[in-house]
Design a protein around this ligand. Structure first.
Ligand code: CP
Length: 303
C-alpha cells in the first residue's frame, strides 16, 4: 500500500494511524519497524520539517533513513524518477518522496516495489494533513460536525489534503479566498463525495462558526514567478486578528509552516494564544512514525 493522496486512506485507516500515534505517546510497547529496515527520502525540493522529522522517525523506530536529493544523485543528470524509484526499491523498504510533479510520483509508485509515501507534491501533502487532523482531534475530540476554515490560497496542496482528510473524519470544510481563486477540482470534487465542503469569498460567511482557521503561504514552491500577483490577490485574506474574530471564540489557529509573518498571517495571531502551529509541527514526527508502522503492518498483511 502507498500513501500518495489523502484520499487513499478511509476513515478507519486514519483512525488506525491516530491510534498508533496514541500508542507511541503512551510508550508502553516497543513499537518498531522490522529489523534493519531502510527508508529512502528522495527529495527534489527543499524541506526542513518533513525531512528532519522523517529521518528522526525512522531512526527512532530502529530503521535507517537514507536521504537522496536531486543535486547529488543521477536525477541531476536526467535519470527518470521512475527508474530511480525502481532502483531504490532494490535496496530500501520504503520510499518517501518530495517532488513538484504529482504525476511523476504516481508513475514512480507504479514502478516501485515497496510502499511509496508522498512527502509533498504540488497537489497534495497527506502526511501534513494527518498531523494537522491529529492535532485537531487531540484538541477538539471527534471531528464530526466541526467546522474547519481554510483561508487564502484555497488551491494549495495543504488545502487539498486537509479537505480530503477532514471530510473523511466528518468535519465540514470552508474554503475562503478571492472570487476568481478556484479550488483544485480533482481534490474538491472528491472531498465533496466524502462530506461537506463550501467555497466563499466572504470572510464573515466563510469563517462563521469555524472551530479552527488554517492558512498557508501565499507563494508555494514552484510559484515564485507569480509571487507578486499572488500576494496582492491574497492579501485581503490575511489571517489577522480582525479575520479571526469572525470564527468561534477561541478558534484554533493553524499553519503548516514555514510562515511569513506580515503576509498570510500576522505575528500576533501565529504567536498568540490560539495558535497550535508548534503542536502541528511536533505531531509530524509522531504521525510519520505511525504512518510507517501502519504501512509496514499493511505490507506484512498482504505479503
Ligand atoms: N510543513 C512542511 O512540509 O515543512 P517543510 O517544507 O519544512 O518540510
Amino acid at each position: 500500500m502507498n500513501l500518495i493522496s489523502s484520499g487513499d486512506l478511509d476513515r478507519d485507516e486514519i483512525k488506525g494511524i491516530f491510534s498508533l500515534a496514541d500508542r507511541l505517546v503512551a510508550n508502553k510497547e516497543r513499537l518498531s519497524l522490522r529489523e534493519h529496515s531502510t527508508v529512502a527520502l528522495l527529495f527534489t525540493e527543499p524541506s526542513t520539517r518533513t525531512r528532519v522529522s522523517f529521518e528522526v522517525a525512522v531512526a527512532q523506530l530502529g530503521g535507517m533513513p537514507i536521504y537522496v536529493d536531486a543535486k547529488s544523485s543521477q536525477l541531476s543528470r536526467g535519470e527518470e524518477l521512475s527508474d530511480t524509484a525502481r532502483i531504490l526499491s532494490l535496496y530500501c523498504d520504503f520510499i518517501a518522496v518530495r517532488t513538484n510533479s504529482h504525476d511523476s510520483l504516481l508513475k514512480m509508485a507504479e514502478s516501485a516495489g515497496v510502499p511509496v509515501i508522498n512527502a509533498l507534491t504540488e497537489l497534495e501533502h497527506p502526511t501534513q494533513a494527518l498531523a494537522d487532523t491529529y492535532t485537531l482531534y487531540k484538541r477538539l475530540g471527534d471531528l464530526k460536525g466541526r467546522r474547519i476554515a481554510f483561508l487564502g490560497d484555497i488551491a494549495a496542496n495543504t488545502a487539498n489534503s486537509l479537505m480530503l482528510t477532514c471530510t473523511k473524519l466528518g468535519a465540514e470544510v470552508s474554503l475562503v479566498g478571492p472570487r476568481d481563486w478556484k479550488p483544485r477540482a480533482q481534490c474538491f470534487n472528491k472531498a465533496r463525495e466524502y462530506g461537506r465542503v463550501y467555497v466563499s469569498e466572504s470572510m464573515e460567511e466563510g469563517l462563521d462558526g469555524a472551530d479552527a482557521v488554517y492558512t498557508d503561504t501565499f507563494v508555494s514552491m514552484g510559484e515564485e514567478a507569480s509571487a507578486e500577483r499572488r500576494r496582492s490577490a491574497l492579501m485581503p485574506y490575511q489571517l489577522n486578528s480582525a479575520a479571526l474574530s469572525n470564527a468561534k471564540s477561541g478558534a484554533l489557529v493553524m499553519h503548516p509552516l514555514p510562515a511569513h509573518r506580515g503576509e498570510e498571517i500576522t505575528a500576533e495571531v501565529i504567536d498568540g494564544p490560539q495558535s497550535v502551529v508548534w503542536e502541528q509541527a511536533r505531531n509530524k514526527l509522531l504521525i510519520e512514525k505511525a504512518v510507517l508502522l501502519f504501512l509496514s503492518e499493511e505490507s506484512e498483511r498482504t505479503r
